[in-house]
Design a protein around this ligand. Structure first.
Ligand SMILES: [Zn+2]
Length: 494
């Protein structure tokens, strides 16, 4: 089914998302094992606590609590002074203790919201709660048997639950993208969906337009990209509508998204809270969160993407489009600001536009074609600023700047050093000298000149090429074009 599936006009789709994010703490949630296990051999980052041995006692990771409160504050949540951990009991091979330490009725935060921009319409999506729990181990399935890797067990896992305020698969994707941006800006999550450190489950139901009561919902799992969130929900909405249309019942169940086939399949009937036999975690004290600490965390929240976007438009005069692209990827926006910070310029807005152009076009292209991430960018902010200085002072032409940039990207040398080493001469700024060369080129290329005068505009390109060759690339292409057209027109009318 195509992603742009038309949702039937007589039904309304109701979606709520449960997003799990591993937190970027150095150690695990309840023990001192390192969370840096991504490239480690299985079962090397473990201890009796995260292996779930009897008799061990958990100790709460304060940084994980801080990250959860920061996220909750960024999502406009209330932070109650009292909170606690609970046991969620269920048997599964990847759950070492037979229960997961989570939060049930008194989460760390509640009643927040975030806004999404849907085709220019700003919509507020309610956040029910942000709470903290621990991740499970991981099963590795082989042909005929499975192995368990306990490295992931006990990694701090934050859950962000939205209200059922989303009304289309597209809104769900926008919400997910916005949430990821905020988490990455806060520095609490890597935001990597493809690696499973950020995961999304969705509750979805449909109801006839105008009906107040919610329909029977299904829960969709295994969506590991923004695109699969949107596709899976579009498929599931259509499936539920078809069931109702043909007089069949929708069952409350958990369904898995099968990316390769583009379908959701039934996995198990949905559990209810009472299936988990929640009770307060007896090995941990209740959490008393002081308002002083909350205010200290609030005061140190970094600038969030919406604020940064607005600042780029107001302070730097960037277009909304450029501001969007620069802020979607925090590292790219950081780089933009670093280049601007080391630029010596009298006109901040002019320079900001030049930096944005350089970063969004040339630098982004070089990074992409070399498969390098922004954080590994070999081009230092001062190298980029230096290149823009050379351009602004007309020491090099735009064409030469592209060559110098590629060289600087490959070698790490400063652009002014490259210009010196390569013996690049300053562009010909002397108008009369350039006019003389143009006249010579017209005289010695009379066929091309006549072709142009006869209306073959392609001939102009050949003439520009000749002038550039004569000037060894030191003339500005747009000046050459202008002078050539003038001279050719003059001689036509003779
Ligand atoms: Zn451990």
């Amino acid at each position: 089914m195509a992603i742009d599936t038309v949702i039937a006009a007589d039904y309304e789709v109701v979606i709520g998302l449960e997003v799990h994010s591993q937190l970027l703490t150095k150690s695990k949630m309840f023990c001192s094992c390192s969370t840096d296990y991504a490239y480690a051999a299985p079962n090397t980052h473990v201890c009796p606590t995260c292996m779930g041995m009897p008799g061990v006692l958990p100790v709460i990771n304060q940084q994980a609590i801080a990250y959860t409160i920061m996220t909750a504050l960024a999502l406009n949540c209330e932070i109650p002074q009292y909170s606690k951990f609970d046991r969620k009991n269920y048997p599964y091979p990847d759950l070492m203790k037979g229960y997961q330490i989570s939060q049930y009725d008194i989460p760390l935060s509640k009643n927040g919201y975030l806004t999404i921009d849907h085709n220019g319409q700003i919509k507020r999506i309610g956040i029910t709660r942000v709470h903290l729990e621990e991740d499970t181990a991981r099963l590795l399935h082989h042909y005929g048997y499975s192995l368990v890797d306990i490295n992931r067990s006990g990694t701090p896992l934050m859950e962000i639950v939205s209200e059922p305020d989303l009304r289309s698969p597209e809104e769900a994707r926008l919400y997910m993208q916005k949430l990821r941006e905020i988490l990455v800006y806060l520095g609490v999550s890597s935001g990597r969906m493809e690696e499973g450190s950020l995961r999304c489950d969705a509750n979805i139901s449909i109801r006839p337009i105008g009906q107040q009561d919610l329909g029977v919902k299904t829960e969709i799992k295994n969506m590991n990209s923004f695109r699969s969130v949107e596709r899976a929900l579009a498929y599931e909405a259509q499936r539920q509508i078809e069931l109702l249309r043909t007089g069949q019942a929708i069952h409350q169940e958990t369904r898995g998204w099968v990316e390769a086939r583009g379908v959701t399949v039934s996995q198990r009937s949905k559990e209810y809270a009472h299936d988990y036999r929640y009770f307060p975690e007896p090995d941990l004290p209740p959490l008393l969160i002081s308002s002083d600490w909350v205010e200290e965390l609030r005061a140190h929240l970094p600038e969030l993407p919406d604020v940064r976007r607005a600042r780029y438009v107001d302070e730097y005069g960037l277009s909304a489009q450029d501001a969007n692209v620069l802020t979607e990827d925090k590292a790219l926006g950081d780089y933009f600001e670093q280049v601007l910070a080391v630029s010596q310029t009298s006109d901040l807005k002019d320079r900001a536009k030049a930096v944005a152009n350089l970063v969004l076009n040339d630098v982004a292209r070089l990074l992409k074609s070399n498969s390098i991430s922004v954080s590994e960018n070999p081009l230092s902010p001062s190298a980029s600023a230096n290149l823009l200085d050379l351009l602004e002072k007309e020491r090099i032409t735009g064409k030469q700047a592209k060559e110098v940039l590629e060289e600087a990207f490959a070698s790490g040398k400063m652009p002014d050093v490259i210009v010196k080493e390569k013996g690049i001469e300053p562009p010909i700024s002397d108008q009369s000298a350039l006019e003389r060369i143009v006249e010579e080129v017209i005289t010695s290329n009379s066929k091309a000149a006549n072709d142009y005068r006869a209306g073959k505009t392609n001939a102009l390109q050949a003439l520009i090429g000749q002038v550039m060759k004569q000037t060894r690339g030191q003339a500005k292409a747009d000046s050459v074009r202008k002078i050539l057209i003038e001279k050719l027109d003059e001689t036509t009318t003779k």
